[in-house]
Ligand binder design. Structure first.
Ligand code: BGC
Ligand code: ZN
Length: 374
């Protein structure tokens, strides 16, 4: 069967290769973890989403092939249909729609309680990213432990399960951390970036009833601003109004969700957060950029204002479940909006060059994804 792979850290190594169709008896990550006897699930891939992480892996900035292998199969945003299950799988049956989580456990205490998303190991294992093969192929097999059901009513947006899990975790972590304040009633949020993560975070914060300002570069109207506004947020272009000006006008935010991919903006966000507020960082910045910040002023305002920074990566199966519930809740509250994120479908794995080209050059591509099968 076909698979889209790279040879990290060689830049521009994306290619199509032929690999064997997996069976229930296979161990997909033999150097990392073992599927217990009878607990395997075989999945036919329907759609796989790609994002800036896939681009950075192909640029040689990020990611590693599995040990003993000179290539890495890409793809960490999975959506597929169960075609076979092992004898000890009770929670899935043939035909179920599923998304499969990204991380596999290491050896830390957190990994041992199912929190591989917060492993304390420096080495982490992520399908399609680091040391484990990904999902950009026709079939995959994995442990039922890492599969999450997607209801048939969400089939049209099931490919967003993984990005939704990343947003759901980040917001959950911020709210958990804010219990430090005993009473916290956030009213206003700034979401920085209007890519898939920024827009899904906009939706989730709107579902919580916050007044959301989604802030990105290009002046609207365009698809990103229209989606943000359809979720009931206000779209702001930084070319028309800076974050500072906006904060002066509408009041400082109680929560900032940073998802621009720019470390400079991640630090700039520190200058506008309100007292007792929480700043969430989610950008994975593979580059080497240096940033100059007004250190004294930020330090002073953060100490005097009891502010908090929460950094968040990945999502475990619980966050996938929350993310999928939020997608469903979003469909009920804002019908037909989330699917507008799915801007750039590609017909089949053969289109791998076009896939990378879109990730690198197409600034209007909100979501590039591969339709692998019907
Ligand atoms: C993925 C996460 C992953 C992170 C770091 C992101 O693109 O969505 O699941 O943990 O990259 O590798
Ligand atoms: Zn990702």
């Amino acid at each position: 069967m076909k698979a889209i792979a790279v040879r990290p850290p060689t830049p521009d190594s994306v290619h199509l290769r032929d690999i064997p169709v997996p069976t229930l008896a296979d161990q997909p990550h033999p150097h990392v973890c073992t599927i217990p006897e009878g607990r395997s699930v075989l999945v036919r891939v329907l759609q796989i989403g790609v994002d800036a992480t896939d681009r950075e892996i192909n640029e040689g900035k990020y990611g590693n092939a599995p040990k003993g292998c000179d290539y890495l199969i890409l793809g960490h945003e999975s959506f597929g249909r169960v075609v076979d299950v092992g004898s000890k799988v009770t929670e899935f049956q043939k035909g179920d729609l599923v998304s499969c989580t990204v991380r596999r456990p290491g050896k830390s205490l957190f990994d041992s309680i199912g929190r591989n998303d917060i492993t304390s190991q420096d080495e982490y294992y992520e399908r399609g990213i680091n040391l484990c093969h990904g999902y950009l192929t026709e079939y995959f097999v994995d442990d039922a432990e890492y599969m999450v059901k997607v209801p048939p009513t969400l089939k049209h947006i099931g490919v967003l399960s993984e990005p939704a899990s990343v947003c759901a975790k980040a917001i959950e972590q911020a709210y958990l951390a804010q219990t430090r304040l005993q009473v916290w009633n956030p009213k206003r949020a700034f979401v920085l970036g209007a890519g898939q993560i920024g827009l899904l975070a906009t939706m989730m914060l709107r579902l919580k009833g916050l007044d959301v300002f989604t802030i990105a570069r290009a002046p609207g109207p365009h698809r990103k601003s229209q989606i943000a506004e359809a979720y009931g947020a206000t779209y702001i272009s930084t070319q028309e109004q800076s974050m500072q000006e906006l904060a002066r006008k509408v009041g400082a935010p109680d929560l900032i969700f940073e998802a621009t991919g720019s470390s400079q903006i991640a630090f700039q966000a520190m200058e506008v957060l309100g007292n007792n507020g929480v700043l969430i960082w989610t950008s994975v910045t593979g580059g080497q950029e240096q940033v100059l910040v007004p250190g004294d002023s930020i330090n002073l305002k953060w100490v005097l204002g009891n502010k908090l920074l929460v950094a968040s990566v990945n999502g475990n199966r619980k966050h996938f479940e929350t993310g999928i519930k939020d997608l469903a809740h979003g469909e009920a509250q804002f019908p037909g909006v989330t699917e507008q994120i799915l801007t750039h479908p590609l017909a089949g794995l053969d289109r791998f060059e076009e896939m990378m080209h879109l990730l690198v050059h197409e600034k209007n591509a909100l979501k590039v994804f591969v339709n692998v099968s019907e």
